[in-house]
Design a protein around this ligand. Structure first.
Ligand code: ADP
Ligand code: MG
Length: 353
């Protein structure tokens, strides 16, 4: 079952202020897919999720589950499973009782309750922990219990709000793979909220990037990474992040400062030029002079911290294959790969090339 958000808007208002937390969101979440809702803190991700859940009432707009308009339907009647960052398990109940809890008001036969509890405990890999109390579990295990509890009613939609943020790095990676597997196995339409671009990119069939309540771009993670529509999206995706240089277009040439780094069909104007860290090539024929500050060897890559007087920040970072020799405290020439280089207009920071 797909989910459609139509002109969905939430304004939090009191006497003195008005926050447009979600602004005219139009999104289709395809049936059986996992969509990552991504953006910096405060951009309206949770507000969007809670409107889908029925916990917050939209100021304007509609929400459809399949053909059904659920905008005015209560949370209990929507058939959703919700998982929060902080697990929110009942501390005095065992794992088994926590998972069973949502079924107990449903007048379901005892045997079926137990069978379902077993099934979802197995699915999330905690069937050996059923008699423990939450405090006897690691964070990752607690979050699995919360996922099992969300799934046990066999909801039509699974909504996850930063479910991995309280876990340490290793568990976060493992639990994220688990969530992906569980989502695939159940085929449940899922919305996964996170501020972590790498997490969203790795787990999602599609991502929706938001800024200040407004959708910036949606698409397959790799497509959005490769074809960002504006400077905000370009900067939000990728580690190390994209580097922004101050430049210009003049008579068909693309310049950083006075150094010609490529060509352009745009009219003469000042522009911002974004270059991914993998978009530089050390070469005698390179036209951009950069001063190498620091060289770090990280596994297969060499990460170079360099400076150029036309960068947004004091230094920028680029990646070359290990084996390419780079000396610290030297000035070198680099070429820019055209397909890793984006041009943004100065006013709206929209991508223009
Ligand atoms: P995110 O989950 O992306 O971090 P939220 O959806 O929680 O962002 O919040 C979006 C904006 O709405 C923020 O500016 C936040 O301060 C504001 N906001 C959220 N909930 C409320 C509320 N209950 N009352 C007033 N403002 C709120
Ligand atoms: Mg949030």
């Amino acid at each position: 079952m797909d989910i459609r958000l139509v002109n969905l808007t939430k304004i939090f208002a009191d006497k003195n202020s008005e926050v447009r937390a979600v602004d005219n969101l139009d999104i289709v979440i395809p049936s059986g897919k996992l969509i990552g809702l991504l953006g910096p803190s405060g951009c309206g991700k949770s507000t969007t999720l809670y409107m889908i859940a029925g916990l917050l009432e939209p100021t304007m707009g509609q929400i459809f589950f399949g053909d059904e308009d659920v905008t005015n339907l209560s949370a209990e009647k929507r058939g959703i499973g919700l998982v929060f960052q902080n697990y929110a398990l009942y501390p005095h109940l065992t794992v088994k009782q926590n998972i069973m809890f949502p079924l107990q008001n449903m007048r379901m036969p005892k045997a079926e309750i137990l069978a379902r509890t077993q099934k979802y405990a197995r699915l999330v890999g905690i069937e050996d922990l059923l008699d423990r109390k939450p405090k006897q579990l690691s964070g990752g295990q607690q979050q699995r219990v919360a996922i099992a509890r969300a799934l046990v009613k066999e909801p039509k939609v699974l909504l996850l709000d930063e479910p991995l943020s309280n876990l340490d790095a290793r568990l976060r990676l493992q639990t994220r793979e688990e969530i992906k597997r569980i989502q695939r196995e159940t085929g449940i339409t899922t919305v996964f909220v996170t501020h972590d671009q790498e997490e969203a990119m790795s787990i999602s069939d599609e991502i929706v990037v938001m800024k200040a309540g407004v959708e910036q771009q949606r698409g397959k993670p790799q497509d959005v990474y490769e074809q960002p529509v504006n400077q905000f999206v370009a900067k939000f995706l990728g580690t190390p992040p994209i580097n922004i240089f101050y430049g210009k277009v003049e008579k068909g040439g693309l310049y950083i400062g006075d150094e010609l780094i490529g060509s352009s069909n745009l009219e003469d104007q000042e522009v911002n030029i974004g270059i991914r860290p993998e978009g530089f090539e050390i070469s005698e024929d390179g036209t951009l002079s950069v001063e190498v500050k620091q060289v770090e060897h990280i596994g297969r890559d060499t990460s170079v911290v360099a400076s150029n007087k036309n960068t947004e920040k004091e230094t920028f970072r680029f990646i070359v294959e290990s084996g390419v020799e780079v000396k610290e405290h030297t000035t070198i020439k680099v070429a820019v790969k055209p397909n890793k280089c984006y041009v943004f207009d100065k006013i709206e920071e929209k991508r223009v090339q």
